[in-house]
Design a protein around this ligand. Sequence first.
Ligand SMILES: Cc1ncc(COP(=O)(O)O)c(C=O)c1O
Length: 474
Amino acid sequence: MGAPLWEALCRAAASVGSGFHTPGHNGGTGLPEPLKYWRNWGALDLSELEGLDNLHAPVGVIAQAQQLAAEAWGAERSWFLINGSTVGIAAMLLATVGEGDTVLLPRNCHQSVLHALVLCGAKPVYLEASWDSTWELSHGPTLESVEVSLASYPEARAVLVVHPTYFGATGEVAAIARAVHAQGIPLLVDAAHGAHFRFHEALPVCALAAGADVVVHSAHKTLPALTQAALLHQQGSLVDPGRIEAALRLLQSTSPSYLLMASLDLARAQMVNSGHTLLAGALVLAEKLRAHLPFAVLAMEPDRPVPGLAALDPTRITIDVAGCGWSGFAAEAWLNQEAGVRAELATHRHLVFILNTAHGLLDIEKLRSALFALAAEPAPAGALLSCPVPRPRPGEQRLTPRQAFERPHRRLPLAQAIGCTSAAAVSAYPPGVPIVLPGEAISAEAVDYLLALTAAGGEIVGLDPQGRLALCLD
Ligand SMILES: Cc1ncc(COP(=O)(O)O)c(C=O)c1O
């Protein structure tokens, strides 16, 4: 009897060349030493034995480890998450908004935010996303757009922003926190990609230091922690920690993996003890890499200010390959097959590489020479996107995400869905930012874009295996 997943996993692990992607432990080389050198991981796969505490009512070692995490990130309370930031986002929304409540959030949020709205029943009002037309990327909402929405929707019960985006872009989060607090409501931050910010001053500000009330961190993305290990932090008096705890009890397994929780504890200890030095190394490598590349690199340009873009994570290298005729999808495949280099993310024209604390000079040189080889290679014909990228604009919102989820559905191919109400979020994955939102009318622009993305080699999630979309019946 074969075990196809196990076999594929072994092949993938054996073929790892140079990876510039999550998890942040770099194929195990960057794991904290106790975990890296532990021979029999099966022996660590335990449950709530004597002395090991209970995640859902922690009074012993889990409580201590969570308290140390709170101290490390400067929070009042921190909780261990064993289902990624996805579960933290659901918990922070369940803890702060309920059925029919208004929550302000950016349109370019991760699909887990939309899924959390299905759970809590809140009504999203989308903040105007800023749009970088040169890079065809949307960054965070501007302070001004948050202020305008707060004034237009005084009934809003919470604001959620992403800090940073998948591309490492951050907005004016401290000023946004002040504006949100002036209304007496909390700022929730999806900082899935920003767990490392706290540990080096050259990185953008940590959302907690900027005053956010609840923050979620995918430790596994940028720290040496195992996949799915994440953190939820809270501070201040605007959100009741008891409600967060109740939400986490609802959402998290009663059999949490001690391996995941221990990897969070160890990653925290490593970052507190030597994170600054490790990150300083990664920052030097990032600077060296950025200095000499054959493609344009996303950077802060003082003579090209972009609204909503206040700072970029230097350890995230976003390049634009379309200038050389490549799509990001084709370039990603070429790099993987021909050069043994793996990117974190490809879009129709971008590649994103993540530098972590375990990368060394050899990795950087390998990436650089692979990119020069790519630039010298003729691009495959017809790989580029055949239609413009739609700006993320609010569409006609007919139902809340929960109402859309609960309505009876029918399924139709994408091309026949124009004008219908979507029952689901449809995203290119990664980055998982929905192009069609649940409860919204489906525009011709979005359908054209999704079809063009699929034709160009992008992976779409939210459709069934026949490529059909779930639509709400009236
Ligand atoms: C911006 C953002 N938020 C949340 C998530 C969900 O994080 P996790 O995979 O840890 O559940 C992701 C995942 O890629 C993300 O990119």
